[in-house]
Design a protein around this ligand. Structure first.
Ligand code: S3P
Length: 429
């Protein structure tokens, strides 16, 4: 476990191109591995999580090669092979849940395992719909290891009980290979990268009202694609920009998918001037340049994040909570019980680390109230080996009155290995 010292900074200045989006990289890795032909993917995520998906796809028969500019994945043309060993999903819930759906129709035995954090996370949410499609799938006390004996699947009509893009994706990936037309509706709409990725690889997928339909028995074709920069990684720098009155940040080639970009509205409300330039669409995903400068906040009461807004911001809540004490009127987060079953209990760890820096707050089962206008001191931060907690409190540390030690800072490699390097370059002490 490696630690990192963060000293108070004077400003945030500079421009960045973020590594490829983690969510999109997972989906492209899995679909390229199932497709026929060789996909060429540029700006694939550098995070360990999407590389867990790549390693699993290669154990399932795909060929993965790195060149200096891109990844080449030669797919299995719809025939995943029996892996020699259990599939190691590492720390990645996306790999475990989405892959369960992808491999369900293949007539082999699969075991999906992961690290200590992943084996604590709930898997019943993915077992239930896949079992309803006829899959022989068993969990270990509600968790991984997951054991699957793949075989023919039948379509289902599914309502997602909790907002989860991973569960939606598992059902879509299984539905793609099932007999009949699978349909799905979400109580709260989640990120739609799977829908765009499936279409990019040649699948037919339709939407009627709030219901998606995917016919089974479809074959996929390889693509050439550039993965847009990861907005959830950019979130750390976007929130850091709120901390300095002369902040100036430019983010090029950033993913701007509307189901992911609620954070831009939040930082604008909290005191940032945002300009969006050069927007293009690639395989259904929006990509553009974002320029951020600090501006006075117009809020006079705490910013409320609840309901569907919480689901849209789920990965950005730790960093929003970490900078909330410095905002003018604070932030109130509710309906975020899902945060308790992420890579760590993110509500408990945010609370613990806010205390370590001298902040006041109120913790609820499903969120936190964090008053604004607070001054924090440095402290010892427990990352809980959770990448987003390590990075969130590195940002809070930039405006503390003394230095901060982030314990387990190397967890950042799960989604953003370059994070501390960029931070040092852009936020001089
Ligand atoms: C993800 C969906 C979200 C998110 C995770 C990535 C995805 O998880 O928190 O980091 O790529 O589909 P849930 O599906 O558990 O909400």
């Amino acid at each position: 476990m490696s630690n990192q010292v963060i000293r108070p900074a004077r400003t945030l200045q500079g421009s960045l191109v973020l590594p490829g989006d983690k969510s999109i990289s997972h989906r492209y890795a899995m679909l390229a591995g199932l497709a026929e032909g060789t996909s060429r993917l540029s700006n694939f995520s550098t995070g360990a999580d999407p590389h867990s998906s790549l390693a699993c796809m290669s154990a399932l028969g795909a060929t993965v090669q790195s060149t200096p500019t891109h990844l080449e994945i030669t797919g299995t043309a719809g025939r995943l092979r029996q892996p020699a060993e259990p599939l190691d999903c590492g720390n990645s819930g996306s790999t475990m849940r989405m892959l369960s759906g992808l491999l369900a129709a293949h007539p082999h035995s699969f075991t999906l395992t992961g690290d200590a954090s992943l084996t604590l996370r709930p898997m019943e949410r993915v077992r239930k719909p896949l079992a309803a499609m006829g899959l022989n799938i068993t969990l270990t006390d509600g968790h991984a290891p997951i054991r699957i004996h793949g075989g023919p699947l039948t379509a289902i009509d599914f309502e997602t009980p909790i907002p989860s893009a991973q569960v939606k994706t598992a059902v879509l990936f299984a539905g793609l290979q099932a007999e009949g037309i699978t349909s799905l509706s979400e109580s709260i709409r989640t990120r739609d990268h799977s829908e765009h990725a499936l279409r990019a690889f040649g699948a037919t997928l339709t939407r009627q009202g709030d219901r998606l339909f995917i016919p089974g028995g479809q074959a996929l074709k390889a693509i050439d694609a550039t993965v847009p920069g990861d907005l959830s990684s950019a979130a750390f720098f976007l929130c850091a920009a709120l901390l300095f009155p002369d902040a100036n940040l430019i983010l090029d080639s950033l993913g701007l998918n509307p189901t992911r970009s609620a954070l831009l509205d939040v930082v604008a409300a909290l005191g940032a001037k945002i300009r969006i330039l050069n927007v293009e669409e690639q395989h259904g995903e929006l990509i553009g340049t974002v320029q951020i400068n600090a501006a006075p906040s117009t809020l006079t009461s705490p910013l409320k994040i609840e309901g569907a807004f919480t689901a849209q911001l789920i990965d950005e809540l730790p960093v929003l909570a970490a900078v909330a004490p410095y905002t003018r009127s604070g932030i109130s987060i509710r309906d975020a019980q899902e945060l308790r079953v992420k890579e760590s209990d993110r509500i408990a760890l945010v609370a613990k680390n806010l205390t370590a820096m001298g902040a006041t707050y109120t913790e609820y089962d499903d969120g936190l109230d964090i008053p604004g206008g607070q001054n924090l001191h440095g402290g010892i931060i427990d990352s809980g080996s959770d990448h987003r907690i390590a990075m969130a409190f590195a940002i809070a540390a930039l405006r503390a009155s003394s230095e901060t030690l982030i314990e387990g800072a190397d967890a950042a490699k799960i989604s953003f290995p370059e994070f501390f390097e960029h931070l040092e370059m852009m936020c001089p002490a």
